[in-house]
Design a protein around this ligand. Structure first.
Ligand SMILES: C[S@@+](CC[C@H](N)C(=O)[O-])C[C@H]1O[C@@H](n2cnc3c(N)ncnc32)[C@H](O)[C@@H]1O
Length: 221
């Protein structure tokens, strides 16, 4: 992401504060097992710091909590909004051979417990398939969603369409592993005419950052 694109979303004071995180990342995040790099941690924290209350931040795919902790860290600098994070923790193997399962659940709780209470209390873990819950969430109550569950075009499509009604206008939608063809294929299918309105803000490392627009219909004009 260019510095300019980043500044369009993140408050300059938070940006200044977060620059420090790049050099002094908290040990309780760094020691957590996970799939985000230090730069991505900084990016997620920065984006999370920009989400205003009373909106929620939603994460799809907690694993052992590394990205969740980065989001909660950012939120603690910003409006202290809750991070609702989903993982079914079922035995599950990605097409690339990565394996996940029940053992990740106690590891996740251990990792959350190492964070300061002011950060841990922002995290709401949900051990369930996120798709069963999305339709129950109040419309326009989510200011940011971080999508990092299953890495197939079908799963990207399902996650995006399931959560779009919960998003507020200009909500931030971040896809991890955006550099994978499977993720881009999934995003392309949701952005087809009549689909979900997502504008690419920037692609940085393996993150694709979009902003969502609520479609204008005769009902909401
Ligand atoms: C790549 S890992 C998440 C990594 C984590 N965000 C990090 O940065 O450390 C993907 C996780 O998504 C979970 N998952 C996959 N499909 C899911 C679904 N439909 N609902 C909830 N969790 C799901 C898997 O169990 C796995 O733990």
């Amino acid at each position: 992401m260019t510095e300019r694109a980043f500044e369009q979303i993140i408050h300059p004071v938070h940006l200044e504060y977060l620059r420090d995180l790049k050099y002094h990342a908290p040990k309780w995040i760094m020691d957590t097992e996970g799939y985000i790099s230090e730069g991505e941690m900084w990016l997620l924290a920065g984006l999370a710091s920009s989400v205003p209350a009373p909106l929620l931040i939603v994460e799809l795919g907690t694993y052992r909590g590394k990205s969740t902790l980065a989001l909660a860290y950012g939120s603690s600098i910003g409006s202290k909004v809750s991070i609702v994070t989903f993982d079914h923790h079922a035995t599950f193997t990605e097409p690339d051979g990565e394996q996940y399962g029940a053992q990740d659940l106690p590891a996740m709780f251990r990792n959350f417990a190492r964070a300061p209470d002011t950060i841990g209390q922002l995290i709401r873990p949900c051990t369930m398939d996120h798709r069963t819950i999305a339709k129950l969430i109040r419309p326009q109550s989510v200011g940011m969603v971080f999508i990092d569950d299953e890495h197939t075009p079908e799963a990207v499509h399902a996650a995006t369409t399931a959560w779009a009604p919960a998003l507020t206008d200009r909500a931030i939608v971040v896809y991890h592993d955006y550099n994978y063809a499977e993720i881009q294929d999934g995003i392309q299918t949701v952005r087809e005419p009549g689909g979900v309105l997502l504008n690419l803000v920037s692609a940085v490392g393996s993150m694709g950052i979009f902003q969502y627009t609520i479609p204008t219909t005769t009902e909401n004009v």
